[in-house]
Design a protein around this ligand. Structure first.
Ligand SMILES: [Zn+2]
Length: 1021
């Protein structure tokens, strides 16, 4: 079966689908990519155990003791502990972006700093600071490891030290490499075991503690505040440094309550902190906590000491494993092209080197450590900006959009930087430094306040206020709030998937804009859509169109089907009533006017003030009103243009009929000159609206020029592209090969720059010949009148262009209507394969209206896709086409069936606006070879028709394949983007004529139902 063969080839390579869903294995496969809904699991409560382990640690005891050493009483110390630990709430809030977006913090912060700005923010805060902490923690754990070795009688020589450091680092990295799954499983029991050991220690401490302790040095007034605020800052720095808390929440289901995520994360941080900080403070009332290890050992029995030391080491490593894990994600987010595992290993190696250097050579970590105290003034502002962003967006983040790191990203902002985030961060960091008071550095404000360190409140409140204010100032009130599509379950209909593995289904689930499941039960919380027997198809892909021209044509007054002069006048009057500038239309025919000749007075009668320009159906003449003649500057004295005539009455006055170059040249060039960017923007929206209304979700624009691309990019920047556009850059024949190749270079630059989900440039378009109707298509044998047309590109000109574009990996689409043109095109494509070697190319040929059997076989062998337009074979427009050929060639015109029989891939499109764009009438012609325009005409060579299921597959799956999009769109299968069309009736039931009247109920792009269908379906453009 042809279909199966092509599908097997499709599935072999899916270059646009970098992250196929996979089940969670022992080693975590995900890095900073989005966690698909199908892999989300667990509950918010699991976050509590996860956070207890790294917080049950020795540092809390040391800091608790330090509070008393600073001169605080127990009550004052406890107050500082409680207030400082309240900052865990901030750690908790930050975690909520994990389930919302499925991405780690390092990616979510793109919303705050922009795609590029975030790289800098993460390089400093996420990566460098993490590495310093990793080394500090390993030094601490190693020192205890050395004394443990000493206790059990191992001489602590340098080689032993190295072995201990490497062993501790390896254990940490092993946990980080295995990742999320292992951390979640391991940290529950670990937290419990550590908590037991530390609680036993607490028992010993509480038993010995001096609750009536009075500080030797009584602090009062200003000094007390200075000390107390310093204590709070010291305690708060730990929860504030966990900007990465969402890394560990991103596997939770999207629906997980944000309050639960924030709450359990905050409690997991705060509970052990409060307990062990307090124990540390109590210990300091009876022992000297300036040497905490010796101090604590003096109040516990010997048997407990070894256990305690092991627990300290394990707790420190638990803390470090999380930091190492996040630093791996940070390195990826900075843009280093490493896998998560490789990133962890690289960071571990740097950390080990720093640790060994610090332990064996030079204690630079004390310097690093005091520098970190200052850097902590940075984490306050960063956390404040993060929390402000979450509140402003109401925690709506789209993982896929956050993952886009191209200029097409909605988080690209200004040159890749969110100025609000960058300025707020830098300014508040500066303000915090002015207010900081540390051993290493005291800011002028702190000096003026006698050492009072207000860096924490100033930095955080300043950052929050600046960020909120600047965001409004720079980006207005429409701060991008991503409406994350809900989980939706469609059921109770018939679903044609175009997926040969499962062509039909009855239910499908959409989550995160993608197809999450087919024929599964509705997940809890899903919004249920009852199809009530409606039919769902993959969103159509129009493999060949001209989108902006289609939109322009849609806005013109169509007259081809007007019954008579009165109807023409009525349509013009209606358009004039709504057109502020001018009315442009076309398609009128002389017989419609009856006894009248086209005269300006007939138009003036209904549109006296607005200029009216109406092209005849053959485009060779135009009928305009008096206002238009005035606008064109035509009066009695205007000479006829060369090759054209301004028709005049007996008095020499222009009648309003313009012939040949007066219409084609004078009028058309005037109108083309009036086109503004605003017109093109409007046409693009009209084109997209029409397409969406009729069920098309992706279009391939076959012939993009600079003004088209500028229009697309304006829409992309304004986030008003409602569908997917794949573009082929038009390469026009130039005088020299160098000029031709320069156009290819342009295409390459655009393709590199634009590779987004909504807009990409896939390759080039070359017009190898013209069309049969005007005898400009290049034929192997002459037309009926003996004439023939040379190809627009001969082999010598075409081949270097094709070879260069192919070498750059571009897709090449060649318009080849005549059999001579397609033979030349295949020669050039085959040469490019010979020169550049074998690979998956997906070059394509457009139209192939008359093509030899040999060329079809060759096309299939070379893997060239045949891009064809059933609507062009409509019997209503065949008379002239057949007359021009005049022989047996018409019997093999538009040979779709031959392509697939030969094993070729066939992609369907419409070439709108040369033909109507709606896909269902196109499917009608494809499957019947009868007319979608005129009822009752005999079928056009019906043996070349294709069955409906195949026709639909050519217009969805194969059209997606033709643009390398089969991994994303074109079929309904798990993992594909949820681009769908819902039809009111089943096109497979009953007569094919139903395709001409079947209504589109709704069109979905990325799981979102498009409002554009309100614009109304249209049968004709
Ligand atoms: Zn075209």
């Amino acid at each position: 079966m042809t279909i199966d063969q092509t599908t097997a080839a499709h599935d072999a390579h899916e270059p646009h689908e970098p992250h196929e869903p996979h089940l969670p294995g022992p080693v975590e496969a995900h890095g900073i990519d989005v966690i698909p809904d199908t892999e989300r699991h667990g509950t918010a409560r699991s976050l509590f155990a996860l956070w207890v382990a790294p917080n049950v640690n020795y540092l809390a005891l040391v800091v608790g003791g330090a509070l008393v050493l600073m001169g605080l009483s127990l009550v004052q110390a406890f107050a500082a502990i409680v207030v400082g630990s309240l900052f865990s709430i901030v750690t908790g809030i930050v975690a909520v972006t994990g389930p919302a977006s499925g991405t780690p913090s390092q990616v979510a912060t793109r919303a705050m700093y922009g795609v590029r700005g975030n790289r800098v923010a993460i390089a400093v805060n996420g990566w460098f600071v993490s590495i310093c902490y990793i080394a500090l923690n390993w030094v601490a754990a190693s020192v205890i490891g050395f004394s443990l070795a000493d206790r059990v009688g191992i001489p602590v020589s340098t080689p032993v030290k190295v072995v201990i450091v490497v062993a501790l680092a390896s254990a940490t990295m092993l946990v980080s490499v295995y990742g999320q799954g292992v951390i979640m499983r391991l940290y529950g029991p670990l937290s419990a075991a550590l908590a037991v050991v530390f609680l036993v220690l607490s028992g010993f401490v509480v038993a010995k503690a001096d609750f009536s302790y009075v500080p030797a040095l009584h602090l009062g007034g200003g000094d007390l505040w200075v000390t107390w605020i310093a204590a709070v800052t010291l305690i708060a720095s730990t929860p504030l440094s966990y900007t990465i808390s969402s890394d560990f929440a991103r596997y939770l289901p999207r629906e997980t309550s944000p309050v639960a995520v924030a709450g359990w994360t905050a409690l997991g941080n705060a509970v052990p902190s409060v307990v062990f900080l307090t124990v540390g403070a109590l210990a300091a009332t009876v022992v000297d906590m300036s040497d905490p290890q010796a101090g604590l050992q003096s109040i516990v029995p010997g048997w407990f000491n070894t256990l305690f030391m092991v627990a300290i080491i394990v707790g420190t490593l638990a803390n470090n494993a999380l930091t190492t894990y996040s630093s791996g994600l940070a390195l990826q987010a900075v843009g280093v092209p490493l896998s998560r595992i490789a990133s962890v290993v690289v960071n571990g190696a740097i950390g080990v080197a720093m640790t060994l250097y610090a332990l064996l050579v030079f204690d630079f970590l004390s310097t690093v450590s005091s520098a970190l105290v200052l850097l902590v003034t940075l984490v306050g502002p960063i956390m404040a900006i993060y929390v402000t962003d979450i509140l402003m967006r109401r925690n709506r983040y789209d993982g896929a959009e956050l993952s886009d790191d191209t200029p097409a990203s909605p988080y690209w902002y200004t040159g890749g930087v969110n100025l609000a985030g960058a300025i707020a961060c830098l300014v508040s960091f500066g303000l915090a430094l002015l207010c900081a008071s540390t051993e290493a550095f005291t800011g002028p404000v702190a000096k003026a306040l006698d050492g009072l360190d207000l860096s924490l409140p100033v930095g955080m409140l300043g950052a929050a206020a600046l960020y909120a204010g600047l965001t409004r100032l720079f980006y207005g009130n429409d701060l991008r709030v991503t409406e994350t599509p809900a989980t939706v379950h469609l059921r109770g209909g018939r679903i044609f998937t175009a997926d040969p593995a499962r062509p039909w289904a009855v239910a499908l689930t959409i989550a995160d804009g993608r197809i999450a499941a087919v024929d599964q039960e509705a997940p809890p919380h899903a919004e249920i859509v009852e199809l009530d027997g409606a039919v769902v198809l993959p969103g159509f892909v129009d493999a060949h169109t001209h989108l902006i021209e289609m939109g322009a044509a849609a806005g013109e007054v169509a007259l081809v089907d007007a019954a008579d002069l009165a109807e023409i006048q009525a349509r013009v009057a209606a358009a004039a009533a709504t057109a502020p500038v001018r009315v442009v239309g076309g398609g009128w025919l002389h017989p419609q006017l009856g006894d009248h000749a086209p005269h300006r007075s007939l138009l003036d009668a209904v549109a006296p003030d607005v200029p009216v320009y109406l092209s005849a159906n053959d485009l060779h003449s135009a009928w305009v009103n008096t206002a238009a003649l005035r606008e064109l500057g035509i009066d009695a004295d205007t000479p006829d243009p060369i090759g054209g005539a301004i028709e005049r009455d007996a008095d020499g006055e222009a009648t309003g009929l313009l012939s040949e170059m007066a219409a084609l040249g004078l009028m058309r060039s005037f109108l083309a000159g009036q086109v503004t960017d605003a017109d093109r923007d409007a046409w693009l929206q009209t084109g997209c609206g029409r397409y969406l209304a009729d069920g098309v979700t992706t279009v391939v624009d076959m012939g993009v020029e600079a003004h088209d691309l500028a229009t697309f990019e304006r829409a992309l920047a304004a986030d008003t592209l409602p569908m997917r556009i794949v573009g082929h850059w038009l390469v026009k024949p130039a005088a020299t090969e160098a000029e031709n190749l320069a156009q290819v270079e342009e295409a390459i630059a655009h393709a590199r720059r634009l590779d987004g989900d909504r807009l990409c440039i896939a390759g080039i378009k070359i017009m190898a010949d013209g069309v049969i109707d005007s005898c400009t298509a290049s034929m192997a044998r002459p037309y009926a009148d003996g004439s023939n047309a040379a190809p627009i590109w001969d082999r010598a000109a075409l081949t270097p262009v094709v070879v260069a574009a192919d070498a750059a990996g571009l897709q090449i689409a060649i318009h080849a209507i005549g059999d001579e043109a397609s033979a030349i095109a295949l020669d050039a494509l085959e040469e490019s394969i010979r020169v550049n070697g074998p690979r998956d190319r997906r070059h394509r040929m457009e139209h192939l209206e008359v093509v030899s059997v040999e060329s079809i076989a060759r096309l299939a062998r070379l893997g060239v896709v045949a891009s064809m337009q059933p609507v062009h074979a409509d019997p209503a427009i065949q008379d002239n086409w057949r007359a021009m050929l005049g022989d047996e060639r018409v019997e093999r015109g538009y040979p779709w069936r031959e392509i697939t029989d030969a094993g070729g891939v066939l992609a369907f499109g419409t070439d709108a606006p040369t033909a109507p764009h709606p896909p269902l009438p196109n499917m009608y012609v494809a499957t019947t070879r009868r007319s979608a325009l005129v009822e009752g005409l005999p079928a056009n060579t019906p043996h070349l028709a294709v069955p409906l299921a195949e026709a639909l597959s050519h217009a969805t799956r194969d059209a997606a394949y033709a643009s390398r999009l089969e991994g994303r769109v074109g079929t309904i299968a798990p993992g594909r983007v949820a681009d769908l069309v819902v039809l009111a009736a089943d096109p497979f039931a009953g007569e094919p004529e139903a395709l001409l009247t079947t209504r589109v109920l709704s069109t979905w792009v990325a799981g979102v139902e498009q409002a554009q269908r309100a614009a109304g379906s249209s049968v004709l453009v």
